[in-house]
Design a binder for this molecule. Sequence first.
Ligand SMILES: [Zn+2]
Length: 455
Amino acid sequence: MATSPSIAASCILPGETVYSWCAAVFRSSVSQHSMRTAEELLGRAHAARQPDFPPALARLPFVNKSDLATVINAIRQHTVGGYYWPFHSLEAQRRLAELAARDSDRWRLALCLKPRNSVLPHPLKLCMDCVARDQASEGRAFWHVEHQCPTTFICSLHGVALRMLPRRTKTWQLPAEVGAEATASVVVNTVAVRLAAIGRGILSSPSIDIAALRRESLSRLREQGTIHTTSRTRHDALMAWFAGSPVAELCRSVGRGLEALADGKWLPSLLWRRQTNYPACWALLWAAMEWRSTEDCVAAFCDAANGRLVLAGQLEMFDGPRQVSEAPASVHHAMDECNTYGEAIAQLALPRSALFRWLDNVPELRSRRQERATNDRLEHCVAQLSAVVAASPNIRRHQIELACNSDLRWMRKHVPQLLEQMLRSVPGRAAAQRSIFALQDVVAGDDDGSTRDMA
Ligand SMILES: [Zn+2]
């Protein structure tokens, strides 16, 4: 090995992965054998095959196994483990650091919070713009920790889609060497940008308060009308909402194991069963919810993750049924704006049953809608009647009846006094010769049998 550990140690860059540093050491050495370098640096011949969680972390020259802070720093700042780390309690974090300091490989699986066979792979990802920038500023391109997060597919700095290596690595490789064979991971869109921003938020969180995150997620899902109550919800409707979201579409298009999460079947256990869940699911859920902007989404995620949100009246989540007293603003808005239930359902992107549950639970919604429908119909009837009379000043009542039959019928039922008043004030009706022809009008009206009702 040409590069001494002390020189190499000073060269690990902020945000660079351990794998990247090992690859740089390998490139700068005279060694031609990946396995030998792996053995020397990490004590495991197969270490180059594990770019995400390097084995035997404590052997690295910049880690001092008797100083847990350096072990934690290596995991958080220089491996994708930084994405999983905050989801552990402070006590669990200490145990993980002790495991890693003991040169044990067990910390890697413990960190992922999932059974061994369902851990997502972490394909190597890179941003070509960062490659050029790093080469210019640092003298070499490196693999960024931030890009390796399992739900990150966009470079936050350049706003471009990260390129993903099509196959697992078997040797030490640097981004500049393999960039050409990597392909774009996603199409840049809102949810991809949100996911990348959430990934950054997770990396910078010291510890995530899962209970607060769960509480806040439920509250927001209810606010946007996806679930009805926080305690009694149909899981299939929630799963269908997620499966139809742009986030699920992104999961399907990326593949690499992420497509298994696109059906949203993990949602109930994430939100209600309080099982330990795969951290990536939190990012997916948060990105799928409705937000005004990416900044809002990330700020709310970080606030919830740090337990900073205090939600008035939102705390009784798992105990007993919860009465809903207020519908979300989006439901009120849709009911005020839309002319039909179909339009409201389309606007809210809700199942029909969910909308009607809101209507049943919040009587004000239904009564306001009825009132609005009545006002609209009245306005329409008055306009029709006025238009017909204005168009023919000498029109007779039975002719009005023929022209706007259904409107008159509706007015007779709902606003008989107004109708009477309007017909009485129709201009030109028997104007000058009223006393002579009034009787004739009535007799003529008798003939068709309808005029009498109208008066
Ligand atoms: Zn970049």
